[in-house]
Design a binder for this molecule. Sequence first.
Ligand SMILES: [Zn+2]
Length: 344
Amino acid sequence: MAVGIVKDDIYLQHITDDYHPENPRRLEHIYTMLETLDQKGLTYVSPRMATHDEIALNHEPSYIDSIARTSGKPRTQLDGDTVTSQKTYEAALTAVGGALELADAIQSSRVRNGFALVRPPGHHAERSQAMGFCIFNNIAITARYLEQKHNLKNILIVDFDLHHGNGTQHSFYNDKGILYFSTHQYPYYPGTGGYEEIGDGAGRGYTVNIPMSYGMGDEDYLYAFRDILVPVAEAYLPDFILVSAGFDTHYNDPLGDMAVTETGFAAMTRILLDIAEKHCNGKVLFVLEGGYDLKGLASSVRAVIMELKGQSVYPYEKKGEPSTTIVQMTTIIKRLLIPYWGHF
Ligand SMILES: [Zn+2]
């Protein structure tokens, strides 16, 4: 079965500024890279605009209306670093709708897994606030959609963007139906994502934050995945895996201080595929978040797509040991999570 890909020119019509890191050139580079791939095994899934009701699965109607009012206006500043252009509303609706169409395609086995190559990104968007280049929370809406339209019970969201997905975390903080796992540079923008944030009420234990320190690379990320994500997923038994895929942890990224390589992204994808194959028929959907080094972004997305196709172009080779910092951090986190997930 093929890998589903969502791409569309509307995503290039969300115009920020040339100096803004989150600009249309990011996707232009990725779409150009796509043309160089062997198209066999790729299925392009056409996006649509999400409906108001679908967006309202995660956002306040008054907030949705406020974004709708920006339509046709040359420029509206939503927060310090989030702006809209004439077609941003349409692009944002289609970013959500692209992820939803891909979720449907995976659920109905038209494709095996997939990558929604969309913008604007989503994981910082709060229920009624745009934030950090994000307008609608693509991944959070898709999780709610899978719950409500497809009756799925356990949805695992894995967020390996450089930044903590505050919006996603807040959407599900009291909710055990959706497990949010994030690795992120910390302390850093947006300030949330401390290891002690593990959910609240019925959702306690269903938020897992792994703060990453300056300069961490492949072995540290892979250690966090193997030491925490794999055993938690083993106990949680996901029905579907959603991935907030940000590539601003790439060693060349201008916004981040991390050192992840294409090989690291491929190996992280392999772990996610292994979890998905074991527990949910291989159902895993990647949605693009950040990544601001154009070359590194395109080559990292390529590494992920090839892995999704089952053709590793960056075979993993252990490059060293994980740092003692990450080993100590995961030990603390495991101790915190034992009441919810047992010993691991
Ligand atoms: Zn980011």
